[in-house]
Ligand binder design. Structure first.
Ligand SMILES: [Zn+2]
Length: 270
């Protein structure tokens, strides 16, 4: 029933409802203790968010599970989005050079930021779940299969693909496609949730979705990445650089912007 209702409701109306809710909550949360770097607004606190199942906490999964002060009440940036934003500010080519960029499963706040740059030839795509089509994304986000990209070799200077690989059965195939469409001098950000006490990635794509949900907390995840994640990237021929918020910001700033300094940004090059 819900999915049929979603098809009937225009995206512009959904955006209107979301914006009205955000305007009210921006007022309710206003204060001076936290600041969102993406919308530049200040708050007494941010909204809590993320999956509440205990699995994420029990397995110390970085980038997943319930987090305090996770969501900006105004632009809905998450702690993950704000971290990526700060990394992007360190890339000097962004405001200065003509670049072609692919943003996979685009986070709205990051998309709004990137599309302000005149020099970025911006593409966004997602393998739509039916419930998201025209509901979660606007029409500028096209349907895309990361294991079979319809782009020529070496087409993109930059690829941003956050929290997508864990949903893909053939993540190695997706990595090879990313490598194929990335220019030799290009770079990509590839974030996934990582169980920081697991040495090895656990694959569970062959389980039923009910079993995945009951054991691993989320039915649409195909695996739980462990500390071997950078090695999995390297085994696909990538060089991997890791970056943390503390490489740029001090402790007070990390608290003010409600960032998770445990979460590393993985930047890959060929
Ligand atoms: Zn914001």
């Amino acid at each position: 029933m819900k999915k049929y209702l979603r098809k009937l409701i225009p995206y512009s109306f959904i955006q209107f409802i979301r914006k009205t809710k955000c305007t009210i909550e921006t007022f309710l949360y206003s204060g001076n203790d936290f600041e969102c770097p993406l919308c530049k607004k200040q708050f007494r606190k941010l909204k809590d968010g993320g999956e509440s199942r205990s699995f994420f906490k029990d397995h110390k999964i970085i980038g997943g599970g319930r987090r305090k002060n996770m969501l900006c009440p105004s632009c809905l940036s998450t702690d993950r989005d704000r971290l990526i934003y700060f990394y992007l500010t360190t890339r000097k080519e962004l405001p200065n050079k003509e670049v072609t960029l692919l943003h996979v499963s685009p986070e709205h706040s990051i998309k709004d930021y990137l599309t302000t740059f005149q020099n970025i030839n911006y593409y966004s795509g997602d393998k739509f779940e039916e419930r998201y089509q025209g509901f979660y994304y606007d029409k500028t986000t096209f349907s895309l299969d990361l294991t079979n990209l319809k782009f020529p070799d070496e087409y993109f200077d930059i690829i941003i693909c956050n929290h997508v690989l864990e949903h893909i059965k053939e993540d190695q195939k997706a990595l090879q496609e990313i490598k194929r469409v990335l220019k030799d001098e290009g770079w990509a950000i590839l974030q996934v949730p990582i169980a920081c006490e697991n040495e090895k990635t656990i694959e569970y794509q062959k389980m039923s979705s009910q079993k995945r949900r009951s054991i691993y907390g989320q039915s649409d995840h195909m695996r739980l990445y462990g500390l071997d994640y950078p090695d999995r990237l390297r085994s696909n021929g990538f060089k991997v650089k890791e970056w943390r918020a503390s490489d740029l910001l001090n402790g007070n700033q990390i608290s003010k912007f409600a960032l998770n300094n445990e979460e590393k940004v993985f930047i890959i090059t060929k």
